[in-house]
Design a protein around this ligand. Structure first.
Ligand code: HEC
Length: 144
């Protein structure tokens, strides 16, 4: 009875040893593959972190500068789907140079102004391109 138990223990130890060595062998055989895949995983998570930090930067810029009039978290705000509607470069222009668009009689800007009953022209913000991209990243995530 005891020797049978001993036999089983020996077999298990043997199997574990084989698995252990096979595992070590596997890793040392393909170091480059492992290196490449861990590198890709790193740069993916780095990109994810960059995206997240851009969205967070956009969120705080938006809350500070736009939040008084716009709210992206409700559905009846007029920024819903705005990026698909006007595109990123027009949006940058609109947010930073609304007065120039109006002066140049840009049709879309004039129509919007009329639609909102000629409120004051407020979209002349001084943002860097990086800040604008962050606001766009935030709008893309929450406002389509
Ligand atoms: C004082 C209120 C106010 C603030 C602050 C404000 N907006 Fe606006 N926004 C409006 C109004 C009102 C309109 C409608 C057009 C108009 O009257 O200018 C508008 C229109 C827009 C549009 C065009 C929407 C469309 O349908 O194409 C965009 C894009 C926009 N705002 C983005 C922003 C961003 C980004 C900020 C912050 C950086 C901001 N706005 C700050 C009031 C505001």
């Amino acid at each position: 009875m005891i020797s049978k138990l001993l036999q089983i223990v020996l077999i298990i130890t043997f199997l574990v040893a084989i698995c252990f060595f096979a595992g070590c062998h596997d890793e040392s055989e393909n170091p480059s593959v492992n290196f490449v895949s861990s590198k890709t995983a790193d740069s993916n998570s780095l990109k994810h972190l960059q995206d997240t930090s851009s969205i967070n930067q956009g969120k705080s810029l938006f809350q500070k500068n736009c939040g008084a009039c716009h709210n992206v978290l409700i559905t009846d705000n007029h920024l819903a789907g705005v990026i698909q509607r006007v595109g990123e470069s027009y949006l940058k222009l609109y947010v930073t140079r609304q007065d120039s668009l109006i002066k140049a009689k840009d049709k879309y800007a004039l129509e919007l102004k009329r639609e909102f009953e000629n409120l004051a022209t407020v979209h002349n913000f001084k943002f860097s391109n990086e800040q604008l991209n962050a606001i766009i990243a935030y709008l893309k995530k929450y406002s389509g």
